[in-house]
Unconditional design. Structure first.
Length: 172
């Protein structure tokens, strides 16, 4: 039985995986089959419970975090980074990997907060505004006619490179 307060018990193992993986599997929710998605969501929930307790984020990460896709994606990224940092092999130049992960956690903290749900009552995310009629056609027209997408390639430093080359090849 796994211990939710023991981070070593939280290592991600996809269904049918061999016990020793060279690198943790990437988490792409839409690419998972429903059974795997449910299993991994439970795994993420166990880790989120550990995270909320260990880092005292119970007032930051609301109990309904799993109902908010943006928060799920941020927590997934934090979890994947956490597994690579704490359970992966130490790589040269990554002596402060754990401190870097903690800094990343604190940088993500504002994105984990849901003001609408902070009182303990879940509020559904705002409805997605449907795209107006013709927006796809307008987008394609923009791709075809806009200077930003149809102008010939010019490197921003081309003029400077030409000037330097002219200096080097200047007659004596």
């Amino acid at each position: 039985m796994s211990d939710p307060l023991n981070p070593a018990d939280l290592w991600p193992m996809p269904p049918g995986a061999v016990a020793q993986q060279a690198e943790p599997q990437r988490w792409v929710w839409a690419a998972m089959e429903p059974a795997e998605r449910r299993m991994r969501m439970r795994e993420l929930a166990t880790w989120v419970a550990w995270l909320r307790t260990t880092f005292e984020l119970h007032n930051v990460v609301t109990h309904c975090w799993y109902r908010h896709s943006a928060v799920v994606e941020h927590l997934t990224a934090l979890y994947a980074g956490w597994t690579r940092t704490y359970a992966g092999e130490q790589q040269p130049g990554r002596e402060l990997a754990e401190a870097d992960w903690i800094n990343t956690l604190h940088a993500f903290t504002p994105r984990l907060q849901l003001a609408a749900c902070a009182t303990g009552t879940h509020q559904e995310p705002p409805m997605t505004v449907p795209a107006p009629a013709g927006v796809a056609e307008d987008f394609e027209l923009h791709l075809t006619l806009s200077d930003a997408t149809s102008a010939p390639a010019v490197h921003p430093a081309a003029a400077e490179l030409s000037r330097r080359e002219a200096e080097l090849n200047a007659p004596l």
